[in-house]
Design a protein around this ligand. Structure first.
Ligand SMILES: Nc1nc2c(ncn2[C@@H]2O[C@H](COP(=O)(O)OP(=O)(O)OP(=O)(O)O)[C@@H](O)[C@H]2O)c(=O)[nH]1
Ligand SMILES: [Mg+2]
Length: 482
């Protein structure tokens, strides 16, 4: 009788080799993406993240309807399963709760974000090609962090100290924006033209906070004023943080107890709030979508539009682009390999105006690469893939043809914003294809109207109606699901 010992040993060895080849193949095909969703407050980050996670979670259910990622992949049913998980150390981003509110009989947009939260979307799929023959399954993990847009505006503080910040802010309050906004800034400066005694610091901080709110509000929409938490926190939270600061007149920026106290508060704010936020959630991104609410800024007027442009420019200077090789990451840190810049809420204009929206976006974002994107919607520069797009994460309107006498025109139909479900028809303003100059702003302004979300009850198990979400997903993660 042959001795079974060596043969059994051979079987065990072969199984072990096969298993490790399979694991290596799965690992080679698996990836982990930190997807940065970047945008000022109200740009559409929370709606995007909700729609993105909801679409992926139901990718298996509606392959035909959704041209997401790679059509063949969905059609071949190669998506094995998708799960939404928490990210360690962060409260869970409430995808399900946001979806529930959107699916309700009286659907509602998610509320403005007040703190940090995160979600990990885990996509298990059957890889294609040689790897597919060896490995049964690969995994794509996508991490997204949501935060209040106001926190982004603080990034320039990382490169300033209190003295520099104070001089620049004091100056901007009187010289930026339109005359009406400036008048408000000047009035505050006149009332605050000397350093307060140490006992009056908190009172002055509160009055600066109120000025920020007024200038940030719909009337002016100055989105670049700092500190951002002065806007998102209540007055009590702001004072209790021990970080409530404000600018002093330049001649008061000498030593003295008030200057010293404000300097300390500024440093505490940057060290305990701005730096950790940047280090933990913004510095090490792999992919990024920059959401820009051009239509909202145009509607609010020139202060808002040009202020948004300025804030965006200062923020984007803090991200590191350049893609790069995985093996060099420990040495060089992560760099963003793919970035899409998208004009959000594109459903608030008719289709014919979206090319103008895209071209306005190219001029608004002050990157040299945007020039190349004039002719192409995607380019590669310095090992980073760039794309420019129009996006409606959730389309709230449908387009119709209206008639006035002999003349036909395009209009939008949707549920009036805050109108209890009432439908209305709207003709939005044309979109200016290039930067409107402050002095040449149209007298009646630009009018784009928000809608309430539409009836989404049919979409509990499938992606919401959208414009361009599939293209965004394909660009941002499609190459990782092969
Ligand atoms: N029509 C339409 N409206 C949208 C869309 N995305 C966002 N909105 C509108 O814009 C508002 C703000 O969107 P959010 O996603 O909350 O914005 P955010 O960037 O998270 O803002 P913060 O949390 O304040 O930083 C929503 O309440 C909607 O009214 C969209 O895809 N289509
Ligand atoms: Mg939000």
């Amino acid at each position: 009788m042959p001795n079974p010992g060596p043969r059994r040993w051979l079987h065990v060895a072969r199984d072990a080799v096969q298993r490790s080849v399979r694991t290596a193949a799965e690992l080679a095909q698996s990836s982990h993406i930190r997807l940065g969703v970047t945008g000022l407050s109200g740009a559409g980050k929370t709606v995007f993240t909700t729609a993105f996670a909801h679409a992926l979670a139901h990718l298996r259910n509606n392959p035909a309807e959704l041209a997401l990622l790679d059509v063949a992949m969905a059609r071949d049913r190669r998506i094995v399963r998708v799960a939404l998980e928490e990210m360690r150390g962060l409260p869970r981003f409430p995808v399900e709760e946001n979806v529930r509110k959107l699916l309700a009989a009286m659907p509602a947009w998610p509320e403005a974000t007040h703190g940090l939260s995160g979600v990990r979307v885990v996509v298990r799929f059957a890889p294609r090609g040689l790897v597919g023959r060896i490995a049964e399954e690969a995994v794509l993990r996508i991490d997204i962090v949501d935060y209040p847009g106001e926190w982004l505006v603080d990034l320039p503080l990382l490169r300033q100290d209190y003295r520099l910040w104070s001089i620049a802010t004091w100056n901007d309050l009187a010289n930026e924006g339109t005359e009406e906004g400036r008048a408000l800034g000047r009035a505050w400066r006149e009332a605050a033209d000397a350093a307060p005694a140490p006992g009056g610091i908190d009172r002055r901080a509160l009055s600066y906070g109120r000025l920020l709110r007024e200038l940030k509000g719909d009337r002016f929409g100055w989105s670049w004023l700092t500190p951002g938490r002065g806007l998102t926190w209540s007055e009590q939270e702001w004072l209790a943080s021990g970080c409530a600061f404000f600018p002093l007149p330049p001649e008061a920026l000498a030593s003295g107890p008030t200057f010293h106290a404000l300097n300390q508060r500024f440093n505490r704010y940057v060290d305990t709030l701005v730096k950790p936020f940047y280090r933990d959630h913004l510095r090490n991104l792999d992919r990024q979508i920059v959401l820009v609410d051009l239509l909202g800024a145009l509607s609010r007027g020139p202060d808002s539009f040009h202020g948004m442009r300025r804030a965006l420019g200062a923020i984007l200077a803090h991200f590191r682009y350049g893609g790069g090789w995985r093996v060099l990451r420990p040495l060089l840190g992560r760099r963003i390999a793919r970035v899409m810049v998208a004009a959000t809420k594109a459903d608030l204009v008719t289709e014919g105006h979206r090319p103008a929206l895209r071209s306005l976006l190219r001029e608004t974002v002050d990157w040299s690469v945007m020039e190349k994107l004039k002719d192409y919607q995607e380019v590669v520069q310095g090992r980073t893939h760039y794309a420019v797009a129009c996006l409606a994460s959730i389309a709230s309107s449908t387009e119709e043809i209206g008639q006035h006498g002999e003349i036909e025109f395009r209009l939008l139909r949707g549920r009036a914003f805050g109108g209890g479900g009432e439908e209305e028809k709207i003709v939005p303003s044309p979109v200016p294809p290039s930067l409107p100059k402050l002095a040449a702003w149209p007298a009646r302004g630009f009018k784009y109207y928000l809608f309430d979300p539409p009836d989404l009850s049919a979409y509990a198990e499938s992606a919401f109606p959208h414009y361009g979400l599939d293209a965004a997903m394909r660009f941002l993660i499609g190459d990782k699901v092969r």
